[in-house]
Design a binder for this molecule. Structure first.
Ligand code: HEC
Length: 392
């Protein structure tokens, strides 16, 4: 029992047995309040904050207590940042600098921006008072903000991504067209990496988990051999499983590239968007299977709406096909799998474990429903998860 609790006991005195029982209960509430704060904010609360949170827990309002913790600057500068940084590089490491992708995530949470727009919005966040200004060609703005330990809770400011990135508003697709994601996932390759990492980070599934070998191969690009090693069974049992669904979806990225230059010439180190002109990378190794699909434009199709991947619960109010990254991002972010993925990631961040037992899974299901029905406010999910785990 700490000194505060002892002094409380003294105040109550021994005259009233009921009051003593109540004090014992409130000691437990103090632990719960502290746990809520520690897990959301990543730092211990001040005594005054803890007192206020404890009172709310005791009053049967633990969610309000959690809401206090989500106002702590360290929730933004530490918890949210560390959660998002691994989504923004191929190694999935947290040891990477702050960038526009992470800043946009933090800002969206702070402002209760509907999170189902995360993969489609014309939105970025910059940091007030930090020089140089955010640039399409480097990450210096964000690195300086981090090096100067700027309070992101107060300093993040929403801006149009199209303005900062210098692309048309219709070409923006939230995190997908952030500078950090472009540099990590549109660089070189065939733009399938952007699709795979978006699936991993925001649908909580790597490609093996969505393989479906029953779908038609007609949109698989020319670079995928139909008889790898001379054996067509490998194509039919393996390659087709990912590429039949992924290639029609990653066609949405046909006009994007990250210009990292060549051995001879330096690049602009920025996202490049070429409306009407499919990037050359879509025709890499086009003799591997010449009759394969030749990408004419950025029209995408979600063939996973049928078959085993219908369990991702795609939105019934979207058509399942479209043009470009923005509508494809909407397709992903309005699925139930996306919403549940966000909830599970928050659960792990706040509870320090994956949802395990029946109570956890029931809570994840209910939090997902509330998240989808109440404007996709992710901050609320943090508060709810912290309350769920406050007794751990
Ligand atoms: C589990 C899912 C999956 C399976 C199965 C799969 N691929 Fe892929 N493939 C991918 C992904 C994801 C990429 C993008 C990789 C990247 O750029 O990070 C890719 C990229 C490619 C590329 C582009 C070149 C490159 O390496 O980026 C070719 C060619 C290719 N795959 C051929 C095949 C062939 C042939 C098979 C069967 C032997 C196959 N793939 C099986 C998911 C898969």
């Amino acid at each position: 029992m700490d000194t505060q609790q002892v002094s409380k006991l003294k105040k109550v005195g021994l005259a009233c047995l009921m009051a003593c029982v109540a004090t014992a209960v409130s000691a437990n509430d103090r632990d719960k309040a502290k746990r809520i704060h520690d897990r959301i904010a990543g730092t211990p609360p001040t005594t005054a904050t803890l007192d206020a949170m404890e009172a709310l827990v005791t009053a049967g309002q633990p969610l309000q207590a959690a809401n206090i913790a989500t106002q702590a600057p360290s929730f933004y500068n530490v918890t949210l940042k560390n959660m998002a940084v691994p989504w923004t590089n191929r190694d999935q490491t947290v040891f990477a600098p702050l960038n526009d992708y992470v800043a946009t995530f933090i800002g969206m949470v702070r402002d209760d921006h509907p999170f189902n727009e995360a993969l489609s919005a014309d939105l970025t966040y910059t940091v007030n008072g930090v020089t140089p200004a955010a640039s399409s060609s480097n990450n210096t703005h964000y690195e300086n903000a981090e090096n100067n330990a700027v309070n992101l809770f107060t300093a993040l400011t929403p801006a149009l991504q199209s303005s900062v990135q210098g692309i048309p508003p219709a070409a923006t697709a939230g995190f997908i067209t952030s500078r950090a994601a472009s540099e990590a996932f549109f660089i070189d390759g065939t733009n399938r990496a952007m699709f795979r990492f978006t699936m991993m980070n925001h649908m909580c599934r790597d490609m093996e988990q969505v393989m479906d070998t029953s779908l038609p191969p007609d949109m698989i690009r020319q670079d995928v051999s139909r008889s790898p090693g001379g054996d067509s069974r490998i194509f039919l049992n393996n390659c087709i499983g990912c590429h039949s669904g992924m290639d029609p979806l990653s066609r949405a990225f046909a006009y994007y590239d990250f210009d990292n230059g060549s051995a001879d010439a330096p690049g602009s180190m920025r996202l490049v968007y070429t409306p009407g002109t499919v990037q050359a990378k879509y025709f890499n190794n086009n003799t591997n299977f010449a009759p394969g699909f030749i990408t004419p434009d950025d029209q995408w199709e979600n063939r996973w709406r049928k078959g085993q991947n219908s369990v991702l619960e795609w939105s019934g109010s979207l058509p399942g096909s479209g043009t470009g990254a923005k509508s494809m991002g909407e397709e992903l972010a309005n699925s139930k799998a996306f919403a549940q993925c966000q909830v599970e990631k928050v659960f792990k961040t706040v509870c320090f474990r994956a949802p395990g037992n029946l109570a956890d899974r029931t809570e994840v299901r209910d939090m997902t429903t509330r998240f989808m029905n109440n404007g996709y406010k992710l901050k609320q999910v943090f508060a709810e998860a912290a309350v769920h785990c406050m007794g751990d």
